[in-house]
Ligand binder design. Structure first.
Ligand SMILES: [Zn+2]
Ligand SMILES: [Zn+2]
Length: 278
């Protein structure tokens, strides 16, 4: 087997079984062709948000498991296929048993008063409506709730904490809130401090770069530097929603990790974690 590089692992991926553009078969074939040795499916878990209908896995994962396990068989000896899920913070069901790993992510905020869900990473209109309707126009309050939800997810000790600062996705150059602001950073750091460095990997996620939303991967450098100080470990992910992006932007993700002082990244395998030099 060739020496491992960060490109050997891609475990944050989506297919047509949730909101991805390509079938699981096409995703696996593209990963194998790209030299990926550990490829994971992490379909979105079902949520009660009406806006998520048709873009997540069903609550019953029987078909999903069958499809992924059949691909695992088909690629045996060439590429290891892992069965995972991206568990949304609003999902009612517990994290399913029998998975190789799970990614814990916040994509939606829930307004208990109105019973409405608001996606924070989808459309600016949704985020703006959330701010006005749920938080009386206060972005700092919205950001606080987002990071409170991230902290609640973190304490459940996911294998990987998903895009910790996803709330910045639609913020552009600070159009909605100031990412340098002390309160913003305090809220984000509080969430990070809820993550157990011995249990959870922080992902360096390039997903929003390929959609043109961000010029750098999640998370911001100040979070990565603090994670390094906490003794945490990182994993590079593409949050790939198409076959051509299975390792998109990994070079920049590695650069971001090195800039924060990391010299190694983690590779997830079906038999545990490996480390590899950045
Ligand atoms: Zn996500
Ligand atoms: Zn994802």
């Amino acid at each position: 087997m060739n020496a491992l590089t960060p490109f050997a692992c891609s475990v944050h991926t989506h297919s047509t079984l949730c909101d991805g553009a390509d079938t699981p078969e096409t995703m696996a074939a593209a990963a194998c062709a790209a030299g990926v040795q550990y490829f994971g499916f992490s379909g979105h878990s079902a949520t009660p948000s009406p806006a998520d209908a048709g873009t997540t896995l069903p609550a019953d994962l029987t078909e999903y498991r069958k499809t992924v396990l059949a691909l695992r068989e088909a690629y045996a000896g060439r590429m290891e296929i892992l069965l995972g899920i991206e568990q949304d913070s609003q999902t009612q069901e517990a994290v399913p048993e029998g998975l190789d790993y799970w990614i814990g992510s916040v994509h939606n905020l829930f307004d208990a008063e109105s019973g409405k869900y608001y996606a924070v990473d989808w459309k600016e209109e949704f985020l703006a409506a959330c701010c006005i309707e749920q938080f009386h126009g206060s972005f700092p309050a919205l950001v606080n709730q987002y990071y409170t939800d991230v902290a609640s997810m973190a304490v459940q000790k996911p294998t990987i904490l998903g895009h910790i600062d996803l709330i910045t996705k639609l913020n552009g150059d600070g159009a909605l809130f100031d990412e340098e602001d002390r309160h913003y950073r305090g809220a984000a750091l509080d969430a990070l401090h809820a993550v157990d460095p011995d249990a959870t990997l922080l992902e360096i996620n390039t997903g929003a770069m390929c959609g043109g939303h961000r010029k750098s991967p999640y998370p911001a450098q100040f979070l990565l530097q603090e994670w390094k100080r906490m003794g945490g470990r990182v994993i590079l992910t593409a949050d790939a929603h198409s076959a051509k992006t299975v390792t998109y932007g990994y070079g920049m993700a590695a650069e971001a990790a090195r800039a924060a002082g990391f010299s190694e990244t983690t590779l997830l395998t079906a038999h545990g974690q490996l480390t590899c030099a950045l």
